[in-house]
Design a protein around this ligand. Structure first.
Ligand code: SF4
Length: 460
């Protein structure tokens, strides 16, 4: 077992026995579950809406090369600059180069999973540049020195009391502040940073190729401030975020809002097509879009896994997953957690190191049922398992176990050997790992043959 897999197992074991954690998660996901049906009412036919959204992403991904080139052409016409980054290091180097050119000491950041993926904050810190998270959940997580717990709700595992305590410890505020008061504290601190920052960094929910713009959706307004207040705006975006037409937003924005938080539409929705133009009063002087590949092309090359690039990061599959709800977001040890994380992480970070995530699923199919864009998630988990076997990444004991199972299943004589008690003893003692977290396997006292004969004789 790799060290990553062993850490995953150890963390999951601890978390799944943590009842306080479970209670907080159930409370927060319970609130999500209560609001999502209200959001869905805005669609006359929700199944059709999901199907159409899937088709939009399919269309964009099937012509990804053309869409990205079209985006670059349109975006640069209005003075924007596009940087193509094949991996994390290229993206980080490009950001540092801009920071040095602009003599940047402070950066304000809005919520972005892709900047988590490239570990941007740590990199900036090493280079003596302050990077401040301005989304409230991300700000809380940064204060606590933790990565986001969930792709939509970064501090989902914290109660309001936990946040009040954190603020008391880190910012010296009174211990019993209400959520509104805590928000005002964060607001005060962050306004100062917006004024200081030379650069704002954001992600993007969508790249819109026909008009050469990016689209950002958020609830707090911090994204708008991050992109428009500092003199320079850098957006770091995964190449799969592409949409071929601005008209696709008419469906994808409300769909993302509903599946993400249960809203009909998110509070602030911005389409940004470049830096400030002559005669405009707001916006940055310079705007860069970094198009990040980071192994997404490998997923695109794989005809079965390509579908996972349709993901709009709504987080619905995480909220629906019984495994996620028990082991929590941090146990995955990867930027993207839950079912979609288990599907894409082995391809983004390496099958050998992360194949175990594809086995961390009951295959109940709940993720597939709730996915905003109908990605066949549980099927893709199975395909990951298949690919890892084909790549020869299974252990000797696992291979042996399946060989024995196959032999026994193909020979009735072998199946009928020994009593149920004997089989219980052999199997439960031989496969000790199996019953560590499960009850023992229980074989029937009689073989199938015996039961069949009895039944046949009776009906005779
Ligand atoms: S896989 Fe589907 S449900 Fe999960 S985050 Fe992506 S779009 Fe949402």
């Amino acid at each position: 077992m790799t060290e990553t897999a062993a850490t995953f197992k150890a963390k999951s074991t601890i978390k799944s026995a943590d009842l306080e954690h479970r209670q907080k998660i159930n409370f927060n996901i319970g609130r999500y579950n209560a609001t999502v049906p209200q959001g869905k009412h805005q669609f006359e036919n929700i199944e059709l809406a999901r199907e159409r959204a899937k088709n939009m992403k399919w269309r964009a991904l099937e012509t990804l090369d053309q869409q990205l080139e079209e985006f670059e052409m349109q975006f640069t016409k209005r003075g924007g600059k596009v940087i193509w980054a094949q991996n994390s290091q290229e993206a980080l180097d490009a950001i540092l180069k801009i920071c040095l050119e602009k003599n940047c000491k402070t950066i304000v950041k809005s919520k972005s999973m892709v900047t988590e993926e490239i570990h941007l904050n740590k990199f900036l810190e090493k280079n003596n540049i302050e990077s401040v998270e301005t989304d409230l959940g991300e700000y809380i997580q940064q204060l606590d020195g933790e990565p986001p717990y969930h792709i939509v709700t970064p501090a989902m595992h914290k109660s309001k009391e936990d946040v009040a305590k954190l603020f008391e410890n880190k910012l010296g505020t009174p211990s019993k502040l209400s959520p509104e008061e805590l928000t005002m504290v964060a607001r005060d601190k962050l306004r100062e940073k917006f004024i200081q920052a030379e650069i704002g960094i954001t992600g993007a929910n969508f790249i819109i190729s026909d008009i050469g713009a990016i689209a950002i959706t958020e609830n707090e307004g911090n994204g708008r401030l991050s992109m428009a207040w500092p003199k320079t705006h850098i957006a770091v975006v995964g190449i799969e975020k592409v949409l071929s037409s601005i008209t696709d937003l008419a469906l994808l924005w409300p769909l993302l809002a509903t599946y993400g938080t249960g809203q009909k539409v998110t509070v602030y929705n911005s389409i940004i097509s470049g830096p400030k133009q002559t005669g405009e009063t707001d916006g940055p002087d310079d705007m860069y879009v970094i198009l990040l590949d980071n192994n997404r092309s490998n997923i695109l090359l794989n005809p079965k896994q390509r579908e996972s690039l349709y993901c709009i990061r709504c987080g619905a599959c995480l909220n629906a997953c019984p495994v996620y709800k028990n082991i929590g977001g941090h146990s995955y040890g990867a930027t993207y957690s839950g079912p979609i994380g288990s599907v894409i992480t082995p391809h983004l970070l390496g099958m050998n190191e992360y194949k175990h995530l594809s086995y961390a699923s009951s295959l109940c199919g709940n993720c597939t049922e709730v996915c905003a864009v109908k990605i066949n998630l549980h099927e893709l988990l199975l395909i990951n398992r298949q690919e890892s076997v084909e790549e020869g990444l299974t252990t000797f004991s696992e291979k042996t176990a399946w060989k024995m199972w196959r032999m026994a299943s193909l020979k009735r004589g072998l199946m009928n050997m020994g009593t149920g008690t004997l089989k219980n003893n052999v199997v439960n003692k031989l496969f000790k790992g199996w019953n560590k977290h499960r009850s023992d396997l229980q074989f029937s006292k009689k073989t199938f043959n015996e039961m069949w004969k009895e039944r046949f004789n009776k009906s005779d």
